[in-house]
Ligand binder design. Sequence first.
Ligand SMILES: [Zn+2]
Length: 544
Amino acid sequence: MHKFIIKKFLIAIFSMMLLTSCKKTETGDIIVSNINIVDVKNGLLIKQQDVIISGNRIKKIIPHDRFNLKSNVILEGSGKFLIPGLWDMHTHMRSYSGSDNLPMFIFYGVTGIRDLGLTNHKLIKHWKSQIEQNVIIGPRIISSGSIIEGSDPSFKSSIVINKLEDVEPVLDSLIAQDIQVVKLFHTIPSEVFKDIIRYSKKRGIVTSGHIPDDMNQITAAQAGLNSIEHLYGIWNTLSNYNNLDFSADEIENLAQVLIENNIYQTPTLVSEEYYSKLGQASKNRKTEQLLFETNQYLELTPKYFNSWWSMLKEQHMQNLTDDDYLQARSSFEFMREITVKLNDLGVKILAGTDVPNPYVITGISLHNELEHFVNGGMSPSDALKTATLYPAQYFNRSDELGSIDENYIADLVVLDANPLENISNTKRIHSVIYNGRLLTQENLRTIKADQLQSLAEYSEDDFDQFIYMDVRRNGVDSVRRKYADIDRSNANAKYKIESYHLVRLSKALKEGFQFEEAKKALEWNLELFPEDEITKALLLEQRN
Ligand SMILES: [Zn+2]
């Protein structure tokens, strides 16, 4: 009896050893073990998988416990959810210094952005190489470089094309700078607009843009504009748009043309929502504070955004009437309805925010955009596609980005809760993997602490922060004229002005490869502070 038990015990041990030794071993640089993968293509969960990452690629995905796992970095994923890294498909980045708000994308799981202009492309390229070399933390950037406008450009950084003969040479020069998307403005004459799209296609570059007033979404789609921003031109497309209504025939016809031509829509609802929030804010001061000033995400935002936004908010609230607010609310809701309807009909929607529009905050706003989609009636699984699968398809890179598959680039977000059940769970970020690099909870906390520390050097009242967005848009000369009669003796002035402010501005412009503008900032400073030795020395250095 006793002997028999021992024998049985030995057999059990032996067979366990046999089983273990039969299991193959898988090695990787990072292994995420026993995690639920969100399959964005099919809107399904694939439960309890081991994801093996080698270099910056996903090497293997296997059911949990099938293999022995060997890695220096094993992330225990049980009860957690893995989604592809998110894309913000409409941004206008411009850091004041260093990389100031780029890490915030990664902090919020946004591992890729499509940047649609206003930033010097040399700076973007500089960031890209620094990100690649792990010098700074930031997302994958696909950039348009300058915006293309017709005559009288709204932005100093724009490039003008208003003649057919300029189309090919100007696009050639942009493409020679390594841009990966062409951004068009509604001010371009329509025949030139169509020709820019034709030539971009020929050169293999995707397009994105606003639509000229004498075109509508149907004609823009037929011309092949790859993505329509802000639902631009929808008012010329739906005959009853002004009454915030559309017929089933009309919207189905539009959807059909968009699908046939493979055109995406980037509605940027989160930017649209701002005006309707102003309406609520205008009711009473407390709501205003709640909606804007006490926003918990503001503390992570560069001061030059905050001061620009609060100035715009004041202007808007002075000029807008109650009727305007109501209209803004219904127009926001109508745009959301159109977006969800087009999605239901099979049109591909892209999640984009238009950060840094007023109170559209880097990173977190992308999650708010997804929430708008779902609040309007889109399913969470469709909403996820707009920030993962569709961006990859738009860039023709769906063989390596936008979903979780073997040989795909390891841009991934680990969530504590299931986003297919509640889209807001995309905000419950446990950790982030970008380009095969793991950022643990501790790393993410450090990113946040570093951000707070670097922002603490600035105040919203500092003159350079106060004028920076204006400078970026219009240039130093224009801003200098605007503040020509500045009264520095006024203690109640809206902003503080010290000699180091414009020195700091100059340094930021120089870092952004805007050398002429940097010099202009110093010259202006010398006018305000003729005795400032630092400014004198810096100017001398630049002239030599
Ligand atoms: Zn934009």
